[in-house]
Design a binder for this molecule. Structure first.
Ligand code: BES
Ligand code: ZN
Ligand code: ZN
Length: 500
């Protein structure tokens, strides 16, 4: 993790190799902080007069300060009245990526804007810091050549005396949040030969231990004994047997309105599709089919480090969906935890199978709310592209809080209907349920996927988040590099902070 310092030093001093400052579109350069060297202001004014710099969002101009041998970067923030937390994140990410491109070992920025949005200075400091850290993320662990040599070594936040407590607090909370997202990205990017069910278990056990969280595992034998045959069926063709892990955070002191929340994350460490094998172009990145599970581990750890006010139990069913003589077949009938029978119409619709056992087991502990997060369907891409996650659920109040958390983190959600008629689509001719919608399997993909899990929950309010689209970015975007995005971590943390 890049260390962060909060200092009263200013742009007038050579504290960082690169210092960034934001400016609104069409506004005078004289609105910039007064400690910006006057030479820069004059030059910028000239550029603005000639319309060579306008301040539109993410426009960037760098000035070299000979006296300090460092660069001052002016980044456009777009129009003042359109400014949001997300625009700030984008601008910060732009500056961070620029700083890295010129191999600057340190980056500084400030918070001189006043009355720009409804968010507190602490929130802005937190989110700017998170955006910078996330923008600088890179997954080059397995490169032996061409690794980035000059790494960013320091982030500096300028703060005048009276702003210092708020900014320092934002910088403090930013670290567990950014670390959680980056760890989730690392897990999603890690190949399946290195992160199988046993490795995932080990990783989560270590994270639990070093953060003093409760941790336990149901082995394949335990699963069989308990009748969790859906998870067993999905994972049994793999050399590394299926298992279910539990990582638990209990707040040190009881707070009023404290809730017990189960977070359930899909942990398929590789999804070949099984006997209904996936087409070539979809397969390699199915190493990321455990992103929901990674989110859950990291959110529980972050909950502990941030001292969030709820009792949170993370449950992750782990399995590798591959092919072998022992693999489940299309047409097999398997009984889930609690006794419902499922006709497996397609071995590639495996996420809902393992999650069915997991949510049913989660309910045994009588939580107030169950949230599952899963790379459940490719059809989520068809629905919302790469702009937000489809969700469904029965927990109306929690959904409202989640929706606002989605807008504020820009990890947006969109609620899908769960009309009664959809239930018909997942009824089997010979068993209670089928894991593919009727008649072709393409009908209401996201909804029937989620609705399948609902059949295994008796009465607990529940939300399903499908991150099949958002967990993996084909192209980089601002503070999200391409490939595993860690999507959902920031959303869930903010939700848990606000939910009452
Ligand atoms: N892990 C996949 C979903 C997925 C696919 C996520 C592509 C991201 C990108 C899931 O297990 C799956 O294969 N779902 C099938 C369901 C279908 C058979 C009903 C799908 O979406 O095609
Ligand atoms: Zn699948
Ligand atoms: Zn899958």
């Amino acid at each position: 993790m890049i260390p962060i310092t909060v200092t009263k030093e200013t742009y007038a001093e050579p504290v960082a190799a690169c210092s960034a400052v934001g400016i609104f579109e069409g506004e005078d350069a004289k609105n910039l902080p007064e400690d910006i060297p006057s030479g820069v202001i004059d030059e910028l004014k000239g550029l603005m007069q000639k319309k060579q710099f306008t301040g539109k969002l993410k426009e960037l101009r760098s000035f070299t300060l000979d006296s300090f041998h460092h660069a001052l970067v002016v980044v456009g923030l777009g129009k003042r009245q359109e400014y949001t937390l997300e625009r700030m994140r984008k601008a910060v990410a732009k500056a961070a990526i620029f700083a890295r491109s010129v191999k600057a070992p340190s980056l500084a920025f400030n918070f001189h804007l006043k009355d720009v949005d409804p968010f507190s200075l602490t929130t802005r400091a937190q989110e700017a810091t998170v955006a910078a850290l996330l923008a600088l993320y890179r997954f080059d662990k397995y490169k032996t050549e061409g690794k980035e040599r000059a790494r960013m070594k320091k982030l500096v936040l300028f703060a005048q005396a009276r702003d210092r407590p708020a900014i320092a607090e934002g910088a403090r909370t930013a670290q567990p949040i950014a670390e959680a997202v980056m760890n989730a990205r690392d897990m999603g990017n890690t190949p399946a030969n290195i992160l199988g069910p046993a490795d995932f278990e080990e990783y989560a056990r270590k994270r639990a231990k070093s953060n003093r969280l409760r941790f336990s595992v149901l082995s394949t034998r335990d699963l069989k004994r308990k009748g969790m045959d859906l998870l067993v069926a999905v994972g049994k063709a793999s050399k590394e047997g299926p298992r279910m892990i539990k990582i638990e955070y209990i707040p040190s002191r009881k707070t009023r309105g404290m809730k017990k929340i189960a977070l359930v994350g899909k942990g398929v460490t590789f999804d070949s599709g099984g006997l209904n094998i996936k087409p070539t172009q979809w397969m390699d990145y199915m190493k990321s089919d455990m992103c929901g599970g990674a989110d859950v581990v990291e959110v529980v750890v972050a909950a502990k480090r941030l001292g969030l006010p709820h009792h949170i139990t993370g449950i992750i069913p782990l399995a590798e969906n591959v092919i072998g003589g022992d693999a489940m077949r299309p047409g097999d009938v398997v009984k889930g935890y609690g006794g419902k029978t499922v006709e497996i119409m397609n071995t590639d619709a495996e996420g809902r199978l393992i999650l069915a056992d997991a949510v049913a087991w989660a309910e045994d502990a009588k939580p107030d709310l169950i949230i599952d997060i899963a790379t459940l369907t490719g059809s989520s891409i068809g629905h919302l592209g790469y702009e937000g996650s489809p969700v469904l659920g029965t927990a109306e109040k929690a959904l409202e809080v989640l929706e606002q958390a989605g807008l504020d983190t820009h990890e947006r959600i969109w609620k899908m209907p769960i009309w009664k008629e959809f239930e018909e689509l997942i009824k089997s001719d010979i068993a209670d349920l089928r894991n593919l919608s009727k008649p072709t399997g393409r009908e209401a993909g996201v909804i029937t996927g989620g609705l399948f899990m609902k059949q295994f929950i008796k009465k607990t309010p529940w939300i399903h988040i499908d991150i099949g689209n958002m967990s993996w970015f084909p192209e980089a975007r601002d503070y999200i590099p391409k490939q595993a995005s860690g999507w959902g971590v920031r959303l869930l943390i903010l939700f848990l902070e606000r939910f009452k």
